[in-house]
Design a protein around this ligand. Structure first.
Ligand code: SF4
Length: 496
């Protein structure tokens, strides 16, 4: 498919809108007056800006699969959300809706954080106007607008707990027992990475100590700790204990509000590891079914059964874990609306404190996509997500955080649901970019947040464990930037 841009430079925005309708198409951009890249390719979308005496007009003309459609939107400065790239996106949306018959639930909103935008609009214009902007200017459907509104309001209590000197800690364990077919994450099979583990754990402990020193020097206050990955419980009980001992020895854990470890894959969980987590002051864990259908589990490469998930969940309960999350995925290959409804009902019957409903995303690096087989169940995913929302709401869960991923089926969202008072603080802080997240381990990204402003700066750790191990000394150098950032952006809020 050829995407012509004329009279503007909104390449990224134009591609984003095209991707809503044609998620897997190969899109080639054509320069304004340059040659057509492939004259034989009949599919083309032209996104054009023309300036008239009355202001700018954005026009989209699309000819795809033998059908044509076009639409124009005039920039309207009176509608704050309908200027420049949004006016262009609105024209593209209208034309491509007509052409394909697809009505994207999130309208022209392509960002990953709809609830963050909703919170911003509520703060600026009030709740009623924010809702109106979502629906009329951004063309978000009423059900999704309501979801964003509920999440935005639910986040307020957690965000109010955060102060300018607050921070959270993320610890990356990029190892898994096997690779799930839908995963594009840089995660290494624990069996293949075995020889790296001793050095990885040793250096991670060193990095944790350094990070604790930075927190102390800057006078930051640690609010939440989150071990993610990968699957942290892929590590042995001994290695987990070593890491947790380090965290407890060097960080102010008694004053931390929440300490989560993802025990995502039931096949990595046993009583010994759960006892280690408990002894290490971990209060919240995830045990992720993804689906309660054995057939679907098999098709996505998870080597555990639905019964294993239930067994490990009940084991964690018996050992005293009273804050457990379960992740589910809508749209998995081989799943059906009936099957997914049964998964949702099963999860509700087990009564975890959090249930997170993800929509399958067709990431380029996932074997689900590279394998060339059937990839997901796009046609029925909206129905699955709708059922989950209805059932969770009815069962007393409320949506408390959300995000969107590119290439998710049906352009749908991921939503965390919680029982009253059980929202995961870390998820909210991370998604709303409330405060600094210091991160340790391979693939981790430190996200520095200006204490009293919107500025965000990232520092990247090495992506792969072997790089992390061989170039560890360079990380210490990179981390000097943390102190400089606070010096430049709000030293008055810290001791440093
Ligand atoms: S457990 Fe999670 S991180 Fe690991 S392979 Fe599966 S989806 Fe990816």
């Amino acid at each position: 498919m050829i995407l012509f841009l004329r009279g503007h430079t909104y390449k990224y925005e134009s591609e984003k809108v095209c991707r809503i309708f044609f998620p897997t198409a190969k899109i080639v951009f054509a320069a304004e007056d340059g040659p057509i890249p492939d004259p034989a390719d009949p599919d083309r979308v032209t996104a054009e800006k023309t300036v008239t005496a009355d202001g700018a007009v954005y026009t989209c003309t699309a000819r795809v699969g033998g059908k044509t459609a076009s639409a124009s939107v005039r920039e309207d400065p009176a509608k704050a959300e309908l200027i420049e790239e949004n006016a262009l996106a609105a024209a593209m949306l209208q034309a491509l809706e007509e052409l394909t018959g697809i009505i994207p639930p999130w309208g022209i909103l392509t960002g990953v954080r709809p609830s963050k935008l909703m919170r911003k609009l509520i703060a600026e214009r009030g709740e009623e106007n924010a809702v109106r902007s979502f629906q009329t200017e951004l063309q978000v459907r009423p059900a999704k607008t309501e979801l964003a509104r509920r999440v935005a309001l639910a986040e307020n209590d957690a965000i109010a707990l955060s102060a300018p000197e607050s921070c959270s800690l993320y610890v990356s364990i990029p190892f898994c027992p096997t690779r799930c077919s839908y995963c594009s994450f840089v995660s290494h099979s624990i069996a293949q990475a075995k020889k790296l583990i001793p050095d990885y754990v040793r250096l991670l402990c060193e990095e944790l100590q350094q990070t604790a020193g930075i927190i102390k020097d800057l006078g930051l206050r640690l609010e939440t700790v989150y071990f993610g990955g990968g699957t942290p419980t892929s590590l042995s009980a001994k290695d987990l204990a070593t890491l947790l001992d380090t965290v407890n020895a060097y960080f102010d854990i008694p004053h931390v509000r929440e300490f989560t470890v993802e025990a995502g894959r039931p096949d990595t969980v046993d009583a010994e590891k759960l006892r280690v987590l408990k002894a290490g002051n971990v209060g919240r864990i995830s045990i992720n079914p993804q689906t309660f259908s054995d057939e679907v589990l098999n098709s996505i490469g998870r080597r555990h059964t639905a019964a294993d998930t239930e067994e490990k969940y009940l084991l964690a309960r018996s050992l005293g874990f009273d804050n457990i999350n379960m992740d589910l995925i809508a749209g998995l290959t081989g799943d059906t609306p009936k099957g997914f409804a049964a998964t949702v009902e099963k999860a509700i019957s087990l009564a975890p404190e959090n249930i997170t409903v993800h929509t399958l995303a067709l990431k380029r690096a996932a074997t689900l996509v590279t394998g060339g087989g059937a990839a997901g169940n796009a046609d029925h995913t909206p129905q699955m997500v709708e059922y989950a929302n209805f059932a969770l709401d009815k069962a007393g869960y409320a949506p408390y955080y959300m995000y969107r991923q590119s290439k998710s089926l049906g352009n749908l969202e991921n939503v965390g649901w919680a029982k009253p008072g059980k929202a995961c603080l870390y998820n909210i802080y991370m998604m709303e970019e409330t405060h600094t997240v210091l991160a340790c381990g391979a693939g981790a990204v430190i996200k520095l947040k200006q204490p009293c402003g919107p500025l965000i700066e990232r520092i990247y750790n090495f992506k792969y464990p072997y790089e992390y191990i061989s170039r560890f000394s360079e990380l210490t150098e990179r981390k000097k930037r943390i102190g400089e950032f606070y010096l430049q952006n709000g030293k008055e809020h810290t001791n440093g």
